[in-house]
Structures are given as structure tokens and as C-alpha cells.
Design a binder for this molecule. Sequence first.
Ligand code: 13P
Ligand code: ZN
Length: 267
Amino acid sequence: MIKDNKLIASEISHIAEVASMLWSKGWAERNGGNISVDLTDCLTPRELRTKPVKAGIVLPIPMPALEGHVFYVTGTGRRMRDVAREPWENGALIKIANDGLSYDILGINPVMPTSELASHLLIDSSLISAGRPMRVVLHTHPTDLIGLTHCKELLDSRKLSLLLWSMIPECRIIVPKGIGIVPYVAPGTIELARATITLLENHDVIIWEKHGILAVGDDIIECFDAIDTLSKAAQIYFSARAAGFEAEGMTNEQLQELALLFKLPSF
Ligand code: 13P
Ligand code: ZN
């Protein structure tokens, strides 16, 4: 039974831990947000041959780079607070077919994957093709960061990254590549997936205007930490405004000093 695989159980417990944090942060209203993790390397050859409960679900576009890969994905319409309590009942293990054209749902029950599956898989596929595979895609709806995208002036990757970095030194260190911005596109579309992929060439965290944020990485806790740090920076910005003054922010020289001290990529 895949559930008894210790590596898988550990991965699923991290997913449940993050789902719980997303809910308690207030970032996961109803079914807001979704998670996928590539678990292929955790499975034995026998487990990889598990009989599907639903087979041959056609992918919106072919994904040859993902042939045979197995992912845990949260279910569409499922509440993050339920994923936290019962990750197996509110998510699915999916296996991409050997031709990369369809996928099967393995194991326990046929939970249909998130409506953002196209974004998750296209991101995984393009990162593999670019030679920097990442196991985790985390999408959530942080109130403060989404709030910032309602300000036209801040819809500029450089401007927004500098603003958030300048609120607290850790932000520059924990999110060293800054934040990419996808102008508003309807959720769940291939267009949103494609726009996100382009920005992932230069960033690990992307904000979707007036919708939410997406982080990629190898460790789901670190993906959460990156978003949490950006959210902290946004809160500092808003709390200063609420108190009636504009946050001064660290100077460019201070940010430059951090980049040198921590050997961060220049921006
Ligand atoms: P799903 O419930 O389909 O995962 O959708 C949630 C969401 O946040 C869409 O962007
Ligand atoms: Zn969303």
C-alpha cells in the first residue's frame, strides 16, 4: 500500500502541515489555493505499477518531460483545512502516462485534481526541460500580497520586489530572486500557465494580479517560508500606512550591502 511507504508518509505529513499553516494564516478561504509535489522518486517500482482508479484522463497539452512521473495534487474544490486533516481524502496521486498525453489517478479514491493542474504540470515540465527540476508547486491567496496587486503603480516586478525587500532584511535573503508579476489572467487557464513559466526563468515566486501567489522549490516548507516572508514584508508596509505614515524602507545601499554579505544574485 502506497500509504504505508515511509518516504511518502513523510512527504504527505509536510503537505498537511503546510495546508494547515495556509488555513491558519487566512490565505485559504473555502477551496483557495492548491499544492502539487512530485513523489516519483519516493515510490518503489511495484508501487509505480499500482492499478489506477481512473485512467486515461487527457492532459490539455502533451507533457513528454513528465512521462511516468507521479504527483500528489490537492483536489479541486477541496478546502485547505480539510487537506490539513485528511490529505489522502482531499487529494490524489496522479501518474502521467508514458506518452505524456494523459494521466491516471492511482490509489485510494478518485479525487479530481485542482483546476490549476495545467499550471502545476506545465511548470514542472518546463523546469525539467530547462534542467532545473523542482518537486513542489505551491499556490495560495495571501490577503496582503494580493492587496498590493490592486495598486497599478506596484505592478512592476522590480518596483514590487524592491519595496518588499526594503521592509525587512530577511526578505532580500529568503526571496533572493524577487517576485515576478503575471498581469490578470483568468484562473485555471493555459494562458496563466504559460505567462507563469516565462517569469520562472528569473524568479522562484510569482504573483498573479488580483488572484494569488505561486512558489516553486524542492521543499514545500521552504516554499511556504518564501511566501510567508513576502507576506510579512507586505504587512509591515500596510501597518505603517494604517498608522498614518509611509514606511521608510531600507536604502538601496543597505540592500546592496546585504547582497554582498550574503552573496545574493544582483537584481
Ligand atoms: P482548486 O480548488 O481547483 O484547486 O482552485 C483553487 C484556486 O485557488 C484556483 O486558483
Ligand atoms: Zn487561486
